[in-house]
Ligand binder design. Structure first.
Ligand SMILES: *Cc1c(COP(=O)(O)O)cnc(C)c1O
Length: 443
């Protein structure tokens, strides 16, 4: 089985005349079609919104494309809130699912009218004092909070952590998804979240939501429906115990993609239908049929629609066969950090037999800088272009500057097949900018 790149060797040969390798390139058509399929899968829910997890691909052009398709942003830091604001994505199009959050970030979120999603019950008092202080000092207008007398925004959310182990599938062999919320730093316990809703509604918050993230990169159409069941049942219990009818339920991220070409992909239509079924079984009979469903997907929205394109620059025959490329883990950290599989295509050799076994490696002085280990590939010649697949999410964004490696460009393949630059490559001047004025420090 194989994966088909969205660019050909001929296209890459044209692109490199203007933008040398390595670079990340995104496929506008794929992004738009997938976003439409996502919205269609949940179109049965009136208030549905996907808040794209900005951390996955924090590029303004990408955020604007997704916004045009009806998506908001899910932010988790000051920089992500500011990117969103600069893209004119504000108000209830912004979710702020952060943790260990500095006070000024809560203030920024309130300023742009975003939805603060509290990670802990103690953060109610923390946000109250942050916002009180900001209003008193004039950094935050009373209007941003929704008018006179308000201390908190009208609409807020709380993050839930059910604890224990989350598992899908009956027997050990059939386990499709497993993760360990009880060991995760995020979210509130059930008792805490019920207490939090009581306090928040006493404090005048009118629209409350719940959020939970139980497992990452799941490859199962059952993950969202199983999570939805847990949250929907809890929402009914919250209504019974506190009188608070939640306005929205946020299923967060975690719907994965098949990085390996032989794994079955998730079917978003089936996932939407699965959530719909649980919605009709649990929320509708409880009189909560107008609850909005939110999602915060990053990987599912973007990963397949990005490639890292790199060139083979060295080959080496020692105890193994190595191909050295001009990209490195600073451009794509996942293989080094998690041992993740990313499929590779040698452009122009899509149909050539995989006769060789290579380690495909980058230039960092770190032996984990390997895009592929013992990978069966066609014979690679120096100068061949390699397409590293599924780098559209958590790819460029996890980059770093180790070994003085510079950030690459990000390009966009438009729907008309033209290519535009959506972030220029970093230069040595950029890299050294934080040292301006420090070259002549006396030692
Ligand atoms: C990372 C993250 C997401 C997105 O996760 P994906 O695996 O990319 O779907 C969504 N919400 C929160 C709070 C996150 O931390």
């Amino acid at each position: 089985m194989s994966k088909i790149p969205f660019v050909t060797k001929e296209q890459v040969e044209e692109i490199v005349k203007t933008y040398p390798t390595p670079f990340h390139i995104y496929d506008e058509k794929g992004i738009r079609e997938n976003a439409r399929a996502m919205n269609k899968a949940f179109s049965w829910n009136k208030g549905f919104k996907e808040y794209f997890a900005v951390k996955a691909t924090p590029n303004p052009t990408i955020l604007k494309i997704l916004h045009e398709e009806g998506c908001g942003t899910d932010c988790s830091s000051m920089a992500e809130l500011v990117i969103s604001e600069k893209c004119k994505i504000t108000g209830t199009d912004v979710m702020f699912s952060s943790n260990e959050t500095p006070a000024e970030e809560f203030v920024k979120c309130a300023e742009i009218g975003g939805i603060i999603n509290l990670d802990d019950i103690t953060h109610i008092d923390f946000v109250l004092s942050a916002l009180d202080e900001a209003v008193k000092s004039g950094r935050l207008s009373q209007e941003a909070l929704g008018g006179e007398g308000r201390r908190l925004p009208k609409r807020m959310s709380c993050r839930f952590n059910p604890g224990g182990v989350f598992r899908l599938g009956e027997s050990t062999e059939a386990v499709q998804v497993m993760d360990n919320p009880g060991e995760a730093k995020y979210g509130m316990t059930k008792d805490q979240i019920i207490e939090a809703y009581k306090r928040l509604s006493e404090l005048g918050v009118e629209e409350l939501g719940i959020h939970s993230f139980l497992a990452s990169n799941t490859l199962s159409n059952e993950y969202y429906p199983a999570l939805a069941k847990i949250l929907f049942e809890l929402a009914v219990e919250i209504k019974e115990k506190t009188g608070v009818a939640l306005s929205f339920i946020n299923l967060s991220g975690g719907v994965g993609i098949a990085y390996e070409p032989d794994k079955p992909a998730n079917d978003i239509a089936a996932i939407g239908a699965g959530v719909h079924k649980v919605f009709d079984e649990v929320l509708v009979p409880a009189g909560m049929g107008d609850t909005a469903i939110f999602t915060e997907l990053g990987r599912f929205m973007l990963a397949p629609y990005g490639h890292l394109i790199t060139k083979a620059v060295h080959e080496k025959h020692t105890y193994k066969e190595y191909i050295g490329v001009d990209a490195c883990a600073a451009n794509l950290m996942r293989p080094a950090m998690y041992g993740s599989y990313h499929h590779l295509t040698v452009l122009g050799k899509e149909d050539a037999p995989a006769t060789e076994t290579y380690d495909v490696v980058g230039s960092l002085c770190e032996n984990n800088d390997k895009f592929a280990i013992d990978r069966k590939l066609p014979k690679i010649d120096i100068g061949d272009y390699l397409c590293i697949h599924d780098t559209g999410a958590h790819g460029f964004s996890m980059g770093y500057n180790y070994n003085g490696r510079l950030w690459s460009a990000e390009l966009l393949l438009r729907e008309d097949n033209s290519v535009i630059c959506i972030r220029r490559p970093e230069t040595l001047d950029d890299y050294f900018a934080t040292l301006d004025g420090f070259w002549d420090v006396e030692v």
